[in-house]
Write a protein that binds this ligand. Sequence first.
Ligand code: GDP
Ligand code: IMO
Ligand code: MG
Length: 429
Amino acid sequence: MSNVIVIGSQWGDEGKGKIVDWLSYKADAVVRFQGGHNAGHTLVVEGQTYKLSLLPSGVIRGKKSFIGNGVVLDLKALQNEIKTLEEKNIKIDNSILAISQSAPLIMSYHQELDKARESELNGIKIGTTGRGIGPAYEDHVGRRALRVCDLFNKKKLSDKIENALSHHNPIRKGLGIEELNKNTIISEIDSYSDFIKPFVKNVWDELFKLQKENKNILFEGAQGALLDIDHGTYPFVTSSNTVSAQASIGTGIGLIENCFNLGITKSYLTRVGEGPFPTEQSNEIGEKLGLLGKEFGTVTGRKRRCGWLDLVLLKQSVNIAGLKGLALTKLDVLDSFEKIKVCISYSYKGETYKYLPLEIEDTSQIITNYIELDGWNQETKGTRKFSDLPKNAKTYISFIEEFVGVPVAMLSTSPDREDTILFKDPFNN
Ligand code: GDP
Ligand code: IMO
Ligand code: MG
């Protein structure tokens, strides 16, 4: 029995979907444990592209899939995602998918509030995905969330809706949004409860049983460590914990033993939305990275900000998330760069920093100290053997490993499932 937790080590979109799909061939179950349909995980298998937001990326291989209690669930988004997959001949029924009874629901009023706040000019604009993620998690910790289990108890549901609206209506009024009445919400919920019912299970118990049977469980994180609500670049973060430790809490599986924590890492760096980005290249380098890496958001289509790999932040993520190894992706995007820079420290007001200091108010004033490495000027796209990689690409990989102190366990050289090199099997460590 072994477990693997996959998380993003940067600001998301590192290629988690591709790596989870690849690894899932060895998994008996694949589990989502946080986030919601703000995630956009892309898989390319035999020429077919799949974009998943809520379903664990193991579904394409027909693996048993779980949506844990830590996920905020938009029923409409889930239904649409299942429909879209069915159009591609991937059938999702309750022999494949189980959803936690205690997952909080994202309601239309969460999405409306998220969007209204983002359009307010006075507050801090985060650049959210507008999916209602923040407001849904707020209701969860505010103990007024509607949860999956509430859908099937009409009396309880009615009281809970009243309770939620007593909070939301004054806020809506203040923001100039029409107030809601209970019946509108009841009919919103009624339209999805039959669809969801067959999938609803006691997920923690099912996972416990799988553990007892010595099965391999693969945990699929969304977003990335730098977007973690506690450890990320607050307030420019998402509203959940995105680091590996959340895999326990967001599923109820207990402490996960015999586990490899794998951090998916883009060979350069991107960010969608607002917030600090010390190595951002708002110039032709950033444009080139974006163009070659096709850096447009999977969920919102927004152009991603691009820059050099920041080893200061990567090491911070490795340590905070307890990563045991990295899966380095999109190496091929760097193929045509003469010189490749990596950031190894920051300077600010005469001080040198090996981490992102919270006391710096204006992060745009941070000076990034780089090491410049020679590029390889050779195509690595589609390379499937380490020995076929150019010498300078190997040097780039070793430099990263040495700096952050953990090995590169996997390498990805194109979006395609098969263009993946395994150095160290996360399920066998
Ligand atoms: P995720 O959110 O971490 O799953 O990542 P996304 O799917 O949002 O973004 C990663 C993008 O890079 C997707 O379009 C992938 O198909 C693509 N991708 C993944 N690995 C590679 C790679 O090694 N090379 C290239 N060129 N593209 C990749
Ligand atoms: P995957 O799983 C990249 C970013 C948003 C915004 C911030 C808060 O595909 O890597 P939210 O809607 O969560 O309240 O937005 O987090 N963000 C992501 N960026 N990839 C993601 O997911 C993201 N999910 C949220 O752009 O800056
Ligand atoms: Mg993504």
